[in-house]
Design a protein around this ligand. Structure first.
Ligand SMILES: CCCCC/C=C\C/C=C\C/C=C\C/C=C\C/C=C\CCCCC(=O)SCCNC(=O)CCNC(=O)[C@H](O)C(C)(C)COP(=O)(O)OP(=O)(O)OC[C@H]1O[C@@H](n2cnc3c(N)ncnc32)[C@H](O)[C@@H]1OP(=O)(O)O
Ligand SMILES: Cc1cc2nc3c(=O)[nH]c(=O)nc-3n(C[C@H](O)[C@H](O)[C@H](O)COP(=O)(O)OP(=O)(O)OC[C@H]3O[C@@H](n4cnc5c(N)ncnc54)[C@H](O)[C@@H]3O)c2cc1C
Length: 670
């Protein structure tokens, strides 16, 4: 039985759902965490943070002003990281805990609408680790780890986010003083967006165009002090502030930054990859793309984050759907639980399955990232393009599907899903941002397409490239329909290959007609994005399949059966999203599509008794869900009512606006 912190009387529908679950939810929780010990450690960390009275906010943050929200977020952020440091000193915290504390699980429970110090940990420290020399690390890392300085990552500008070669901030080397002079020559060159930049950080990694000895060498990273370490006043020549309210993430303190001829020492350019010598000589690294390393790191960790946000929304919507009764299926019968409507199951269950699919792809990608960065350290760059392409497509597909999933799950909760207290709107605000930051999704899909087309055009040997190995079987037509996940994978691979081939042919045809390659690329880009997307989805299904094959060797029969069902559901759901392409690029017939549809419906029915059990296995504490609709006890209506009482408008029977405006207006109409 999955534990919960909530001691309330549990709703009978949920008791009933839990009684009919066919597998041991605790076994699945352990499997998702890694093992029983890891579950214990996670739960003890959760208690360490969530039971701390100082980390609770009395008034729901929605009722605070923008300024108050920020101040409350900083208060909590400091407590959170003091506690992290305590765990570190006790040897109980590592990188994974930062992920948990900043990301979707604990992170959004502690700071519901974003963390003002996230960028310090997610990009400032990783950039120092990846781009600074040993000497520079000796100077900066310890100060950063212990938070004596707080940093951010200032790359995006008002005028450019995607096209980073077009950034306008300038760093001109002055050999006489051995300093760089940072300047923002235009309004569009102002940095715009960096998290924590507004009022929290006193340092930043700034990406700027490097000029030395009269020549521009492209963008390079510099560590720049922004504010006085004692007074926190902006330093001379630094123009800084916060960018204002956003759709979500309103406590991340995103900022703007301009430079008016700010001088920094030569040694503040991060020189692990490229260098500027004291006399101004430029020394180039083997690959200009190593400067982009931090972006790969963040894209990799975001895939896990997408899974976590989706788990949260799936838990809320599934529990709510088990408790909510509405309408009738047959006349004269009681109103059913809305989870019994098949359309409702179709909104919920594929997204429950998607949580698993993304988690397994995230694990795979994290391992690839660690292997390839290890190789980069020893000068081997061969596998960087595949890592880049894989991280782009998995970040894009997982964030897009998680955003769509959270919104679908919100809609699945009807009117109550629209309440802020359901926590679905805030979760959507967090997850949809992911589609834009760290590389806008379309742009990232085009990066993956670039990799795929290159492989296809050059007939590259793909034997050692796991994400594209399937391309070697290229255009062999797939076998007749079989009700297996292997068949689905091969049909998806066939479809992806067909789409890559067709896009490539269209580029070539356009070039033959006289278009420049770049124009032909742009004119084919709708197809290129679609090809990259299905390539990504295919890989996610394949990874889910191989993971379940491995896991089934260690699970009980009951859990193994459920894992296979959700794998099948994810596979069938994914392929049914592409029926048009399936008919175009494979031998699949419309009768096969009917069979797939029937299979989908069978799976929804098979998963129905275990739906609540599956989301219970995610083991998200009520404080993590922070939702009137999703709590473990299912007491939805009581919670909605209680939360409504917290509206400041309910603190007095008559609001002054009645006397000031409404009454005079109403009387004047007599
Ligand atoms: C150590 C302590 C750690 C503690 C922390 C641990 C964990 C933290 C964990 C979890 C955190 C959890 C949650 C996080 C929660 C919230 C996150 C909150 C905030 C997020 C902040 C977001 C911050 C940002 O957004 S920063 C700004 C990001 N900006 C972008 O991503 C810009 C996108 N644009 C680009 O990347 C590029 O410009 C481009 C679009 C790729 C084009 O570049 P260009 O130079 O024009 O390249 P071109 O197209 O010509 O390609 C040339 C060539 O290079 C290849 N290429 C491109 N990029 C890369 C790369 N990155 N790596 C390798 N190779 C690359 C490209 O494919 C081409 O190759 P080829 O010529 O075809 O061979
Ligand atoms: C919540 C949030 C937090 C952020 N945090 C940070 C941060 O800490 N530090 C930081 O430096 N930045 C940060 N950013 C900025 C973020 O990285 C950029 O907004 C992002 O990379 C997208 O760039 P853009 O805004 O220039 O979009 P644009 O590139 O202007 O996108 C607009 C449209 O143009 C299209 N487009 C652009 N180029 C192409 C192309 N080559 N081919 C096809 N279509 C194209 C896009 O697909 C999109 O539809 C943050 C952004 C957000 C929303």
């Amino acid at each position: 039985m999955t534990s919960s912190t909530n001691k309330g009387k549990v709703n009978p529908d949920l008791i009933n759902e839990r009684n009919k679950c066919t597998f041991n939810t605790l076994e699945l929780t352990h499997l998702l965490d890694g093992d029983e010990v890891k579950t214990k450690e996670r739960k003890s960390r959760e208690s360490f943070f969530l039971d701390d009275a100082d980390l609770k906010t009395e008034v729901p943050i929605e009722y605070l002003s923008h300024k108050e929200k920020y101040e409350e977020a900083v208060r909590k952020a400091c407590i959170v990281f003091r506690k992290v440091q305590q765990l570190q000193n006790e040897g109980k915290a590592g990188v994974d805990n930062y992920r948990e504390i900043l990301g979707g699980q604990l992170g959004s429970a502690l700071l519901k609408d974003g963390h003002p110090l996230t960028l310090h940990y997610v990009m400032f420290i990783p950039t120092l680790m990846g781009q600074a020399t040993i000497q520079q690390q000796a100077e900066w890392i310890q100060k950063a780890w212990s938070c004596n300085i707080i940093g951010t990552y200032a790359q995006t500008e008002l005028g450019h986010g995607t096209f980073i070669r077009g950034l306008e901030t300038i760093a001109t080397y002055d050999p006489k003083t051995e300093e760089f002079v940072l300047d923002s020559p235009t309004l569009t060159s102002y940095k715009w967006w960096p998290g924590g930049l507004g009022q929290s950080a006193n340092y930043a990694i700034v990406l700027a165009q490097l000029y030395t000895l009269g020549k521009c060498h492209g963008i390079h990273p510099f560590i720049v002090q922004l504010r006085d370490e004692e007074t926190h006043e902006p330093l001379s020549g630094i123009i800084i502030g916060e960018i204002g309210c956003k759709l979500g993430m309103n406590t991340t303190n995103n900022g703007y930054l301009g430079f008016n001829k700010v001088r920094i020492p030569r040694t503040n350019m991060l020189m692990k990859n490229n260098q500027v010598l004291p006399d101004g000589t430029y020394v180039k690294s083997p690959s200009s793309k190593l400067t982009y390393g931090t972006m790969i790191f963040v894209r990799v960790v975001l895939v896990q984050d997408a899974a976590t946000y989706l788990k949260k929304a799936a838990t809320i919507a599934t529990r709510y759907s088990a408790v909510r009764h509405q309408s009738q299926i047959k006349p004269n019968e009681p109103e059913p639980q809305i989870i019994d409507f098949v359309t409702q199951q179709h909104k919920l269950f594929p997204y429950i399955a998607t949580c698993f699919a993304f988690q397994y792809s995230a694990t795979w990608l994290w391992e690839l990232y660690n292997n390839v960065t290890g190789e980069l350290e020893s000068g081997h760059l061969d596998n960087l393009p595949e890592l880049h392409a894989a991280s782009c497509v998995l970040k894009a597909v997982s964030s897009a599907d998680a955003a769509l999933g959270v919104e679908t799950l919100r809609l699945a909760c009807g009117g109550h899903g629209y309440m802020t207290s359901s926590n679905l709107p805030t979760t959507y605000g967090l997850v949809t941002a992911m589609c834009t930051y760290e590389g806008e999704n379309t742009v990232l899909l085009l990066q993956t397409a670039r990799f795929l087309i290159k492989i296809w055009q050059n007939k590259t040997n793909v034997t050692n490239l796991p994400t594209v190995r399937y391309l070697q079987n290229s255009l062999n037509r797939n076998s007749p329909f079989e009700k297996t996940v292997s068949w689905i994978i091969s049909a998806l691979q066939q479809t992806a290959t067909g789409k890559i081939d067709l896009a490539n042919r269209h580029i070539n045809e356009r070039v033959k007609k006289g278009e420049a390659y770049e124009d032909a690329w742009n004119n084919t880009s709708i197809e290129l994005v679609a090809a990259a997307e299905i390539h990504g989805r295919t890989f996610i299904v394949e990874t889910f399949f191989s993971t379940v094959q491995k896991l089934r060797k260690q699970t009980s029969v009951e859990l193994g059966t459920v894992l296979s069902q959700i794998l099948e559901l994810y596979a069938v759901y994914t392929i049914l999203r592409s029926t048009g392409d399936l008919l175009r690029f494979t031998r699949t017939s419309s009768q096969d599509i009917e069979l797939l549809q029937g299979w989908l419906e069978e799976l929804l029915a098979a998963i129905r008794p275990n739906a609540v059990g599956l989301v219970d296995s995610f083991d998200m504490r009520d404080e993590v869900l922070a939702s009137t609709l999703g709590a473990y006890d299912g007491n939805v209506y009581q919670r909605l009512f209680e939360e409504a009482q917290k509206s400041p408008l309910n603190s007095e029977p008559v609001n002054k606006s009645f006397h000031l405006y409404l009454k005079p207006f109403m009387k004047s109409n007599l």
